[in-house]
Design a protein around this ligand. Structure first.
Ligand code: ZN
Ligand code: ZN
Length: 313
């Protein structure tokens, strides 16, 4: 499969820019878009998103050659702490943009009364998953259990934002939920999931640790041990963890090549330039030497196996 030449990494870009070797326009164009040969699925986007409009979202995704975008709405009040609107907005956006460029999940504040029935209502209206769950609850609380029961009954996956101390607290206990619902696919996202690539991670290391990674962390083990546990590569947390020790990052992707899915979670307005999470991730993976066949899995095939989009078959 033809892939484009490697785009500049963020590091290379900044170094080149600092040297004044290229015009800003040439630099922007050299931070390449990914291969159109792969029908890329972005499993993690939002609209609106920290002030970015619906129109800007469309331009952002097209700039990166995204074939299909999964939109994750907020709960009725939580806004995902990022200015995201509840599922009614996402649903209306999908109705206004038919044609298969966008799909959506259902969501609600899971500790609010009626949350499960609100999520179910939008599964009935075509949502293909639940999340991202981002509420101030324990990750093995009854609220999560009730959502997992719905996911099991409807056969849809759940995206979880793990951030110990704030959202879905207590990641180290999440194996209880994974084991209780073996038929539910849980897709793990955010800082604490990525912190636990390190066997020696402790909360005192913070949410963006820089210490040397000791292999055998909970995230790594669970991806290997539980068929229903997946990793969402989105956001700064997904990039930072893999760049912390690039040789570890590369081996992690190779080990879990059938369990990792590309998501951007990028709120930038253009989808261009080195600070766009999508651009940064595509460049990072090429710099690491991730093979074309693994790139195809994480950008497309793993999502397609999970969601079976009829128009991408
Ligand atoms: Zn997000
Ligand atoms: Zn972006």
């Amino acid at each position: 499969m033809p892939l484009p030449s490697a785009p500049l990494s963020r590091r290379q870009f900044l170094a080149t820019a600092a040297a004044g070797a290229l015009s800003v326009r040439a630099l922007a164009e050299s931070v390449a878009t990914p291969a159109p040969a792969i029908p890329i699925v972005d499993i993690h986007q939002h609209t609106p998103f920290t002030g970015r409009t619906d129109t800007e979202l469309i331009a952002h995704q097209r700039a990166n050659g995204i074939r299909k975008t999964i939109l994750l709405p907020a709960g009725r009040a939580n806004k995902l702490a990022a200015g995201v609107e509840p599922v009614a907005h996402t649903y209306d956006f999908i109705q206004q943009h038919p044609g298969g460029e966008f799909a959506f999940f259902a969501n609600d504040d899971i500790d609010a009364p009626g949350a499960v029935s609100e999520i179910a209502r939008y599964l009935d209206k075509g949502a293909i998953g639940i999340g991202e769950l981002k509420d101030k609850v324990k990750c093995d609380s009854e609220h999560v259990v009730h959502v997992a029961e719905l996911a099991r009954d409807r056969g849809v996956p759940v995206i979880m934002h793990f951030q110990d101390g704030t959202y879905n607290d207590g990641f180290a206990n999440f194996h209880r939920i994974i084991e209780k619902f073996p038929t539910v696919k849980f897709i793990a996202h955010a800082q604490t999931f990525w912190c636990y690539v390190d066997k020696n991670y402790v909360a005192a290391h913070g949410l963006y640790p820089k210490t040397k990674i000791t292999p055998g962390g909970l995230s790594d083990r669970w991806l290997a041990d539980y068929p229903n546990f997946y990793g969402d590569l989105s956001a700064g947390s997904g990039t930072n963890a893999l760049l912390r020790q690039p040789e570890f990052g590369k081996a992690f992707i190779e080990r879990h090549q059938d369990k990792l899915l590309f998501g951007s979670d990028c709120s930038c307005k253009t989808g261009r330039g080195p600070t766009c999470f999508s651009v940064e991730k595509f460049g990072m993976w090429r710099d690491m030497g991730i093979t074309d066949s693994i790139m195809r899995k994480i950008l497309f095939a793993n999502a397609q196996t999970m969601f079976r989009f009829p128009d991408l078959a």
